[in-house]
Design a protein around this ligand. Structure first.
Ligand SMILES: C[S@@+](CC[C@H](N)C(=O)[O-])C[C@H]1O[C@@H](n2cnc3c(N)ncnc32)[C@H](O)[C@@H]1O
Length: 268
C-alpha cells in the first residue's frame, strides 16, 4: 500500500467531534464505519433532504453500471477512483475484476478513516492490481505521480470522480483538476462523474437547506452545481449515451430520479 503512515499518526488525524463526509456517506449506505456525530448529522440532513439515502444508493448503482460497461464493452483495464469512500459492497475493483480479472485499480481519498479501512480495498485478483493512495484531489499532479506506480498512462484509464468535485468549491479549480487528470491519459480514456445539484427538475431544491446545514456542522464543505456547470467538466469529451442524466437513470431508464447528475465521457 502506498503512503501508509504509522497508525499512531493516522489516529491523530481522525476527529470524532465533527461529522466527516466519508463516514456519513457510509451511514446513509447502511454501513457501520461511523461515529455518533456522523449519525446525528446524517439524520439531520435526511430531515432536510429525505431522499439523500436514495441518492447514495443510486450513486453506487451508477458506479456498478458504468464500471461494468467500461470493462465489458469499452475494454478499459485501468481505473483511477478519486474520492473512493469507505469500502462497501461492489467496490470498483470488484466490479471491474468480475468482468476482467486483469484490471488495475488505484483508489484515492484524503479521509483518514478511509485509509484505516483501505486494506479491504486491496483484495483484488492475482492477475490484476489494486493500490490505495492517501492524497488530496486539490493536488492532481501528486495523484498522477503516485498512480503511475500502478497504472500505465500510455494506455486508456477510466478516471472516476463520484461525489467528490462537490467538495472543490471553486468551479474553475474543479475544472482545472479534471483537465490536469484528463490531459495525462490517452485517447480511449474515460471520465466518470456524479455530482449533486440544486436543479429543480431533479428535485434539487432539497439540497439548499441540507447543504447549508452540512456546511455549518460537518466537513468538508460542499456545493451543488447546475447542469451547465456539470457539463463543463466534460468539455472536449464524447458523452456516452444517455448523456447527462440523474445518475439513477444512467442506463436504467425506469429508475426514480435523484438530485445527482451522472455521466460518462470518452476522450477522443
Ligand atoms: C460522497 S463520498 C463518495 C464516495 C464514492 N466515490 C461513492 O460515489 O460512493 C465522497 C468521498 O470523497 C472524499 N473526499 C472529499 N474531499 C476530498 C479531497 N479533497 N481529496 C480526496 N478525497 C476527498 C471523501 O473523504 C469521501 O470519501
Amino acid at each position: 500500500m502506498t503512503d501508509l503512515p504509522p497508525s499512531e499518526h493516522l489516529h491523530d488525524r481522525i476527529r470524532t467531534d465533527i461529522a466527516h463526509n466519508a463516514r456519513v456517506w457510509n451511514y446513509w449506505l447502511g454501513g457501520k464505519d461511523n461515529y455518533p456525530v456522523d449519525r446525528e448529522v446524517g439524520d439531520r440532513v435526511t430531515a432536510f433532504h429525505p431522499s439523500i439515502g436514495a441518492v447514495a444508493r443510486a450513486d453506487r448503482a451508477f458506479l456498478g453500471r458504468a464500471v461494468t460497461h467500461l470493462a465489458r464493452e469499452a475494454g478499459v483495464r485501468q481505473f483511477l477512483d478519486i474520492g473512493t469512500g469507505l469500502p462497501t459492497a461492489d467496490n470498483t475493483h470488484e466490479v471491474a475484476q468480475r468482468v476482467a480479472p486483469d484490471s488495475r485499480i488505484v483508489y484515492v481519498d484524503n479521509d483518514p478513516i478511509v485509509l484505516t479501512h483501505a486494506r479491504a480495498l486491496l483484495t483484488g485478483t492475482a492477475e490484476g492490481a489494486t493500490e490505495y493512495v492517501d492524497a488530496d484531489a486539490h493536488a492532481p499532479e501528486r495523484i498522477l505521480e503516485a498512480a503511475a506506480r500502478t497504472l500505465d498512462f500510455s494506455r486508456p484509464v477510466a478516471v472516476l470522480m463520484l461525489g467528490i468535485l462537490n467538495f472543490v468549491l471553486d468551479t474553475d479549480e474543479a475544472r482545472s483538476i479534471v483537465r490536469t487528470l484528463m490531459d495525462a491519459v490517452p485517447s480511449g480514456s474515460h471520465l466518470v462523474l456524479t455530482h449533486p445539484t440544486y436543479d429543480a427538475d431533479l428535485g434539487g431544491e432539497a439540497n439548499v437547506a441540507a447543504m447549508e446545514f452540512w456546511n455549518a456542522h460537518a466537513t468538508p464543505p460542499i456545493t451543488a452545481r447546475s447542469r451547465a456547470e456539470f457539463a463543463s467538466f466534460l468539455d472536449g469529451l464524447d458523452l456516452l449515451d444517455p448523456g447527462i442524466v440523474s445518475c439513477a437513470r444512467w442506463r436504467a431508464p425506469e429508475a426514480a430520479e435523484v438530485a445527482q447528475f451522472g455521466a460518462v465521457g470518452r476522450k477522443p
